[in-house]
Design a protein around this ligand. Sequence first.
Ligand SMILES: Nc1ncnc2c1ncn2[C@@H]1O[C@H](COP(=O)(O)OP(=O)(O)O)[C@@H](O)[C@H]1O
Ligand SMILES: [Mg+2]
Length: 387
Amino acid sequence: MRVIGLISGTSADAIEAVLCRIEGAPPHLEVEVLGAHTLPFPRQLQQRVHDAATVERSDVQAIALLDADLGELFATAAQELIDTSSESAEHIDLIGCHGQTIWHAVREDGSVASTLQIGKCAFVAERTGITTVSDLRSRDVAAGGQGAPIVAYVDWLMLRHARSYRAVQNLGGIGNVAYLPPLADQTTAPLAFDTGPANVLIDVIVTLLSEGRRSFDQDGAIAARGTIDEAWIEQLLSHPYYALRPPKTTGRELYSPAMGAELLTQGRERGLGDDDVVATITAYSADSVVDQFARFLPRPPDEVIVAGGGTRNPTLMGRLADRLPSGTVLLPLEDVGYASHQKEAIAMAVLAYETWHGRPGTLPAFTGARHGVIMGSITPGRLTGRP
Ligand SMILES: Nc1ncnc2c1ncn2[C@@H]1O[C@H](COP(=O)(O)OP(=O)(O)O)[C@@H](O)[C@H]1O
Ligand SMILES: [Mg+2]
């Protein structure tokens, strides 16, 4: 089958689109990437997403309009991918569209009440004529799961090693990990959960400091100039989220613009300069990953495969490499054969493919659901009936 995967993460920086050829069935799934396209978010639309996801700045009219505008943007990403590839739309069988998360409602006890992805997939199916699978997370939530991390099952299918214990760590807005015991170990359970903030707090603070002129710390340059306040990091890691046992997930509801602003104020009260605040929050973001590995992984992984925008921040990556146990090797996803920014879009294509074949796309060990679920809602593509 030819399948397109579409996703935008919590950073709302870009839609990643990939076209894959997928054949077979687990455990012998064959996935080949035929084409890829990145459609950056117009700055104004990114701001509308962040506003919609911030209680004090959100309203129902804004969300309704954004739902349609994002549907158009996902459709555009798919169409541009098709235009740049050698395949015509008639030869593409399926689209898996994640949409844009604007709210992930976590209860006090850590369970998930609802997760909301917007970007109407009717627009994607209508513009491309291709059958589209969307709202991939809700069925897992209905089965008592977190609806996340959504990519872990695909990591488990595609990235387990014969003998090495691997952790696949994504550094998006939020960080998440999939812990993958090797194929040789049939007894250790796999595990997946959100580790905490990866880029989100850095982004919020840099946006505030630059009065909106910048939305992230390009190449970690600001953080590299600052001095790290180690004592502050220790305090920050006493936040209750880090003690909560997996499966657990989080988002911009907790690691919010308000938290970013509060951290900036705290940093200034501690006498830190702007660069020092960014340096400390960058180190804290890396340390939250290391802290969560130490607390919850059954044993330190032999290899940590890293992906996501955070891999392009050398200051963040340097701290991570520094603080991981010495026997753990840090591997870019590229070293195991995938482009880092394409990974989640590939996963959406694989999940849609699995849904189309009536197979589950989750593991209870990852999401905490009562059972594995067939994910998503299916919107028909080309309609050949009468008008
Ligand atoms: N060159 C870079 N230098 C520093 N940070 C970067 C760079 N490129 C991307 N990032 C960070 O990665 C984030 C986007 O990562 P991504 O994996 O797309 O996250 P999400 O899945 O939340 O959209 C940006 O918001 C930014 O913080
Ligand atoms: Mg992104």
